[in-house]
Design a protein around this ligand. Structure first.
Ligand code: PGA
Length: 249
C-alpha cells in the first residue's frame, strides 16, 4: 500500500506572521490524521519559524529546492546540510518554475536527486509537459525523457523512497486542472517507465499529481489508481483550503 502524500508548495509567498498563523491552524486541525503524510514547503527564510511551530506535530517540512554541493562559494544557494539543519525531510526538485526561469535541466535534477538521497531526504521530483508540447502530441515523450535523464543511475536501495510529481505546466496556477482521466493516463505511463528503470519497485513509488488542485477536485483525482497524492501550490496558502484537501474523503 502506498501512503498518500499531501504536500503544500508555498512557492515565493508569505512572511512570518501569516506563515505562523497558517501552520498553527493546520497543526490543530490535522493532528489526528495518520493515514496520510502531510508536508509543507515554505520559503527558506520561514523554515526555522515554521519548524518551531510544528514541533510535536504530524506535519513534515520540505525545501523547495536544493543545491548539490554541501557548502562553499555558491552565493544564493541552499545546501543539503542547511536543509537538514532546518529540519526538512523532503525536498522538491526540478519544479517546472525552476526549469522555466532558473535554468534547471534534467542533468541538474539528476545531481540534486542523488544528493537528496545521499543526505537521506525524500526528493519530490517534478516532471510535466507544457501546453505546446501536449498540443504537438509530445507529452509522453517529454515525461519519459525527464524521468530517464532526471533519475539516471540511482542506487537500488533508494528506488522505493523516490516520490515523483506529475505537474502539467499548463495546469499550474492556471485554474485548469487535468481531468482525472488525463492525469491517470500519464500517471499509469509514468509507472510503466519507472518499472522499466527500477525493475520490481515501481509499485512502491508514490506519484503525486500537481496543478490547480482545489478542495473541489481532490477527491476525483485521488480516486485514480495511480495517483498517490498531491503537490498543491495556490490552495496550500489558505489553511481552510489546505485542510479540506488533506481531509478529502
Ligand atoms: P498550483 O501549483 O496548485 O498553484 O497550480 C502547483 C505546483 O506548482 O506545485
Amino acid at each position: 500500500m502506498r501512503k498518500v502524500i499531501i504536500a503544500g508548495n508555498w512557492k515565493m509567498n508569505k512572511e512570518t506572521e501569516s506563515a505562523v498563523s497558517l501552520v498553527r491552524e493546520l497543526k490543530t486541525e490535522v493532528r489526528d490524521i495518520t493515514d496520510r503524510e502531510i508536508v509543507v514547503c515554505p520559503p527558506f527564510t520561514l523554515l526555522g519559524e515554521v519548524k518551531k511551530n510544528l514541533c510535536d506535530s504530524n506535519i513534515f517540512l520540505g525545501g523547495q529546492n536544493m543545491f548539490w554541493e554541501k557548502e562553499g562559494a555558491y552565493t544564493g544557494e541552499i545546501s543539503p546540510l542547511m536543509l537538514k539543519d532546518a529540519g526538512c525531510k523532503y525536498v522538491i526538485i526540478g519544479h517546472s518554475e525552476r526549469r522555466a526561469y532558473f535554468g534547471e535541466t534534467n542533468e541538474s535534477v539528476n545531481k540534486k536527486v542523488k544528493t537528496a538521497f545521499c543526505y537521506d531526504f525524500i526528493p519530490i521530483v517534478c516532471i510535466g509537459e507544457t501546453l505546446a508540447q501536449r498540443e504537438k502530441g509530445e507529452a509522453f515523450g517529454v515525461v519519459e525523457k525527464q524521468l530517464r535523464e532526471g533519475l539516471a543511475d540511482l542506487k537500488v536501495e533508494d528506488f522505493s523512497k523516490l516520490v515523483v510529481a506529475y505537474e502539467p505546466v499548463w495546469a499550474i496556477g492556471t485554474g485548469k486542472t487535468a481531468t482525472p482521466l488525463q492525469a491517470e493516463e500519464i500517471h499509469k505511463f509514468i509507472r510503466e517507465i519507472l518499472e522499466s528503470i527500477f525493475e520490481g519497485k515501481s509499485e512502491e513509488i508514490r506519484i503525486l499529481y500537481g496543478g490547480s488542485i482545489k478542495p473541489e477536485n481532490i477527491s476525483d483525482l485521488m480516486s485514480c489508481q495511480n495517483i498517490d497524492g498531491g503537490l498543491i501550490g495556490g490552495a496550500s496558502l489558505s489553511a481552510d483550503n489546505f485542510i479540506k484537501i488533506i481531509k478529502f474523503i
